[in-house]
Design a protein around this ligand. Structure first.
Ligand code: HEC
Length: 156
């Protein structure tokens, strides 16, 4: 499992890089991996990514998604303008139906272009930071949710 996941996580770091930025971003990805901390519970991410994601989540996401990613009360009900309130990211909502690539793309692109309310973060957070935030909120997921996510192709 660990051997299978590692190259995919590496791939994610790389696809987020534009050519002009690839040097510093790769260096940063390597710094994270070289810290030598193990994968958490055999999951795709490491403690250092959760730690990085923790601060970034508090700065950028908790105002809408809640301190622990619990979302907003009534998140399943459309608002008057047709959009939805911020959903939970802690495993109790639908986020686990989406592969990591889509979760990171949502952070990067937001939802405004699709009629939603979430702002894009691609001009504020680099790809390592976006991936680290996904690690942070996935770390709230119970093992059964994480395993269901893997079975749905979460890392494909
Ligand atoms: C201004 C409020 C707001 C902020 C800030 C915000 N979001 Fe969102 N987010 C939403 C809303 C509302 C949705 C539902 C889709 C939409 O309306 O765009 C959403 C959807 C999502 C989804 C998809 C969840 C699913 O079940 O499909 C993810 C993942 C997500 N947000 C992560 C984040 C992260 C990580 C941050 C911080 C970097 C963040 N959001 C910041 C409001 C916000």
């Amino acid at each position: 499992m660990v051997k299978k996941i590692l190259p995919i996580a590496g791939f994610l770091f790389l696809v987020g890089c534009s050519p002009s930025e690839s040097q510093p971003e790769q260096a940063q990805a390597e710094t994270i991996i070289e810290q030598g901390d193990p994968l958490i519970n055999g999951r795709w991410y490491r403690q250092s990514q959760v730690n990085l994601g923790d601060g970034l989540f508090k700065e950028n996401c908790t105002t809408c998604h809640g301190d622990n990613g619990q979302g907003t009360f009534g998140w399943k009900n459309r608002l008057a303008d047709g959009s939805f309130p911020p959903p939970p990211l802690n495993g109790s909502g639908h986020a686990w139906h989406h592969p990591l690539s889509l979760l990171v793309r949502t952070i990067s692109e937001g939802g405004i272009s699709r009629g939603g309310k979430m702002p894009a973060f691609n001009n504020k957070l680099n790809s390592d930071e976006q991936v680290a935030i996904a690690a942070y909120f996935q770390n709230f997921w119970k093992d059964e949710i994480y395993q269901a996510w893997i079975q749905r192709g979460g890392l494909n």
